[in-house]
Design a protein around this ligand. Structure first.
Ligand code: UD1
Length: 388
């Protein structure tokens, strides 16, 4: 019997862990049940819309343990997670701790596991943006340095690890676990009506033109925007330029659906940009939407404008032209030069405009990097069970 604790903390973790949990269940039902699994939620994301909804819609069981650390500075989040997780490890004494992605939970729990002499495995290892200003990059570097088993989504990530001196025998190229979730939910998502998604999630009082949405949808394309990185949303001038471009230029040619992250919503209000956003008839401000809703919108969007890494990957598989509002990416496999759908545009409005106009004449071009086949989680569980 192997005892495994897996950890989630923030929204992008949930779609990565869902297939892993299902693969454990499949393993236990087809062998002698020899994995005891404990799910820990650090509680970094705690809103119904940022957390609970994903558990329900992706069929993730309720966490066995919730550390309830909530919002705070990075040091507060990491410190409180470590204090609480150390107690969990001392009580449960697992064989393995499994961490995913690059959020504060990933860092805090990998460090705590190693200090307690528990083996640690990292799903989505080897991604590197090279940008140490990003908290996620620090989280990735530390977690990969400490992990005993590193599951990579693409060969470039394996190369990054080897360059850093990680021995070959710790690295397993298994593919992208996010795509397991995409493939498992594609059918269900495709049945959702777009108008219903907008109606159900429209932030009250933000767009009085909703009643004409369905007629406009019949003759206008739509785009999606998501922004949450401090580099885009924490500086008033930068956020103002982005808001003006989106409202004045993108919304001139298409409808724009914007599920707005809590951090961005607060800043847009504090920086005096909210009135402009709600006065733009083609702009629909939404509460954070659930996984199926985003997948449905992404299937038909003319363009994605985002600073999210996960959406870059989903756009690659769905073929949605994607403007990545960052200067670097830890996911080069999603870039056009590697066959993907995404192009880096930072927050330079001229560059964004040029690429935006270019995408208007682009067709959807779905791509499938090696082992992005929906079967990654099964490979991970098999490999974990074969390891000492
Ligand atoms: C975190 C991750 C980031 C990921 C993002 C996706 C880290 C270092 N960053 O950033 O990698 O891409 O999640 O969303 O772990 N808030 C709520 N409700 C919630 C959660 C947060 O209102 O359920 C508010 C917080 O109070 C805070 C802001 O949103 O003001 C940011 O939350 P935080 O958890 O600090 O990090 P994210 O920016 O979401």
């Amino acid at each position: 019997m192997k005892k495994i604790i897996s950890v989630v903390g923030a929204r992008p973790n949930f779609m990565k862990l869902a297939p892993f949990i299902r693969a454990i269940e499949a393993h236990n039902s087809s062998h002698t049940p020899d994995i005891q699994h404990i799910l820990v939620h650090t509680g970094q994301h705690y809103d119904v819309r940022m957390s609970d909804t994903f558990f329900r819609s992706l069929g993730i069981p309720d966490p066995d343990i919730n550390l309830e650390i909530g919002s705070g500075t990075h040091a507060e989040q990491v410190g409180q997670t470590m204090i609480a997780f150390e107690k969990v490890l001392r009580r449960e004494k697992p064989d393995w701790v499994v961490v995913v992605g690059d959020v504060n939970a990933t860092l805090a729990c990998s460090v705590t596991a190693k200090k307690e002499h528990v083996k640690c495995c990292h799903i989505e290892a080897g991604l590197r943006s090279g940008d140490l200003k990003m908290p996620e990059e620090i989280n990735r570097l530390v977690t990969d340095r400490l992990s005993d088993l590193l599951f990579t989504p693409d060969p470039l990530s394996g190369e990054n690890l080897k360059k850093e001196g990680v021995p070959d025998e710790k690295i397993r190229f298994v593919g992208n676990i996010m795509i397991d979730t995409l493939e498992a939910n594609r059918e269900k998502a495709s049945q959702l009506p777009i108008e219903g998604i907008i109606r159900d999630n429209l932030i009250p009082g933000t767009n009085p033109t909703f009643s004409t949405l369905s007629s406009r949808l019949s003759h206008l394309p739509f785009g999606i925007v998501t922004l949450h990185r401090p580099s885009n949303v924490d500086t008033p001038e930068i956020l103002a330029h982005l808001v003006n471009f989106l409202a004045d230029e993108v919304c001139d040619l298409m409808l724009l659906f914007w599920p707005i992250h809590p951090r961005t919503r607060k800043n847009a209000m504090d920086f005096g940009l909210w009135d402009k956003l709600i006065a733009t008839p083609n702009l629909f401000l939404l509460e954070p939407i659930n996984y199926h809703e985003m997948l449905r919108l992404n299937m038909d969007a003319k363009i994605m404008l985002t600073d999210s890494g996960g959406l870059q990957e989903e756009c690659t598989v769905l073929g949605t032209p994607c403007l990545t509002l960052r200067w670097n990416t830890e996911r080069p496999v999603t870039l056009r030069e590697h066959g993907g759908a995404s192009v880096l545009v930072g927050n330079n409005i001229e560059l964004i405009r040029k690429e935006y106009l270019a995408t208007l004449s682009q067709e959807r071009k779905p791509e499938r990097p090696a082992l992005w086949d929906g079967k990654t989680a099964g490979r991970i569980v098999k490999s974990l069970m074969e390891s000492a």
